[in-house]
Structures are given as C-alpha cells and as structure tokens.
Design a protein around this ligand. Structure first.
Ligand SMILES: NC(=O)c1ccc[n+]([C@@H]2O[C@H](COP(=O)([O-])OP(=O)(O)OC[C@H]3O[C@@H](n4cnc5c(N)ncnc54)[C@H](OP(=O)(O)O)[C@@H]3O)[C@@H](O)[C@H]2O)c1
Length: 238
C-alpha cells in the first residue's frame, strides 16, 4: 500500500450489495477489506475481484461477535493504521420465520436476533473502527438502511426488520452528531429494491445499481453532508 491509498471496510460483503460495493470502491482506487462471516465464501469473493485486477483482501467478520470485531480492528490498526471508509452493509431479514409477519406473532427472539446484526453490529463496528478514522481526521461511514425503516412511510409487514432499520437510522443521527465538526461524515442509505438473496428475483435493481449511492456517500468530498438519509443520491425523509 502506498501512503496516498485509501482503505475501506465493507461488512457482509461475500455476496449481494456488499460485494458490488467492494468492486466499485476498488475500481475507484480504494484498498478494500472485504469481510464475511464465512471464511471460504469471503475468500471466493476476493478471488473473483482480484482476478479483475482489483486491490481487495479478505478478513473474517461476524458482526454480532465483539471478539470478531475487535480482531478486525486490531488487524486494521496493525496492517494499515488508518481507515477512510466503513460500509455497514451486513443485514438480515428474519421475519419470514414468524408465520404471517404480523406484529402480533413476532417473536421477541426474532427481533433480538435482527437487532444484533442490523443495529448492534454497526454500533460495534463504529466503536471499534472510528478511532482509526479520527487518527487522520478523515472518514465516511455508510449505514445500509432501508425504506422499510422510514417512519414517514411506516406500515405493517416485516416488523422486526422495519424496527431494526429505524433504529439504525437513529444510530446514524447520533453518530453524526457526536462527530460533528470533524471530517468524519455519517449517512444512512436505502439502496432500493435489489435483486439479491434478500431482495429476491423480482427486484428491479442489480446489486451494482444498489451499490451506487452507497459508494457515492463513501466518497463524499470534505465538507459534504452528514446525518442524512439517501436514495438515488438524493435526500429522503426519515
Ligand atoms: N436487497 C434489497 O432489496 C435491499 C433493500 C433495502 C435494504 N437492503 C439492505 O442492504 C444490505 C445488503 O443486503 P443484500 O440484499 O445484499 O442481502 P444478502 O444478499 O442477503 O446479503 C447479506 C450479507 O450480510 C451478511 N451477513 C448477515 N448476517 C451477518 C453477520 N451476523 N455477520 C456478518 N455478515 C452477515 C451475509 O453473509 P452470509 O452470506 O454468511 O449469510 C451476506 O453477505 C442489508 O443491510 C439489507 O438490509 C437490501
């Protein structure tokens, strides 16, 4: 790595939107750390991007495990001593487990498990990695949220997923406020409805299209917006 190279970490990046985000960031010249909870899937994803000539390496990361997050933070500190971009992309949608998806039938365990990955994961990653951004007063945190978490458009269906994404948006606002006045910008993004394992086969967007606004937020210029919620590179309501 040369001194001017910027480093990015993407969570849940072995497939779907996270994988496409790694490809686009690497194409923009980032040294990308593609993380995955499954070692072999992550390595296969890295092999594919390296075969495209891109600077991508793998590191294991289970976002629900504090030890795993700490190991990643130690690795980043020792290998790079810096971090410009954190994309909190790893996410789960588990509501299908609870029969018809009604709030009345939602198991607290489903909500708890969903929050662990979709909210506490990004919080842990931020706590572990923001010090590396502060060391160079430069950072972009992109929390991959969803229109399903918009209070302005809240309705029934997928209650655990919706609640988790609303909470993730709150995390974005709190972090952005704590980092106000620094060159670390924090934003939430809805990638749209994307054809992935989570989005399903009928979704209109490709993962590459879903990654577009994520990468745009990850590469905002100094003085760019912070504490916002975005889709298609435009602000949207909370
Ligand atoms: N697809 C859509 O239409 C859509 C719409 C709005 C928002 N989003 C959001 O976009 C993000 C990416 O979604 P996607 O559609 O690309 O989903 P996906 O294809 O299901 O991929 C999810 C990724 O997250 C990883 N992951 C899940 N739990 C994890 C954990 N505990 N630790 C580490 N990694 C974990 C998965 O790893 P494994 O392969 O090991 O399971 C996988 O790599 C999610 O936050 C999702 O909520 C998606």
């Amino acid at each position: 790595m040369n001194a001017t190279e910027k480093v990015a970490v993407v969570t849940g990046a072995n497939r779907g939107i996270g994988f496409a985000t790694c490809r686009q960031l690497a194409k923009q010249g980032f040294q990308v750390v593609l993380t995955s909870r499954d070692q072999s899937k992550g390595k296969a994803a890295v092999d594919q991007l390296q075969a495209e000539g891109l600077q991508v390496i793998h590191h294991p990361l289970e976002v629900t495990n504090p030890v795993s997050v700490e190991q990643l933070a130690n690795f980043m500190r020792q290998k790079f001593g810096r971090l410009e971009v954190l994309v909190n992309n790893a996410g789960v949608l588990l509501d299908y487990r609870d029969s018809d998806g009604s709030l009345f039938n939602t198991k607290i365990d489903t909500l708890r498990e969903t929050m662990e990955t979709n909210v506490y994961g990004p919080l842990r990653l931020s706590q572990g990695l923001v010090p590396l951004m502060q060391a160079h007063n430069s950072g972009r945190i992109v929390n991959v949220s969803s229109g399903a978490g918009q209070l302005s458009d809240m309705s029934s269906g997928y209650p655990a997923y919706r609640i988790s994404k609303t909470a993730l948006n709150a995390l974005t606002r709190i972090l952005a406020d704590e980092l106000k006045g620094t060159n670390i910008l924090v934003n939430s993004v809805c990638p749209g409805w994307v054809k992935t394992d989570m989005g399903g086969a009928n979704a209109p967007r490709t993962p590459e299209q879903g990654a577009d606004t994520i990468v745009w937020l990850a590469t905002l210029p100094n003085g760019g917006p912070t504490g916002g919620f975005w889709r298609n590179r435009q602000p949207i309501e909370w």
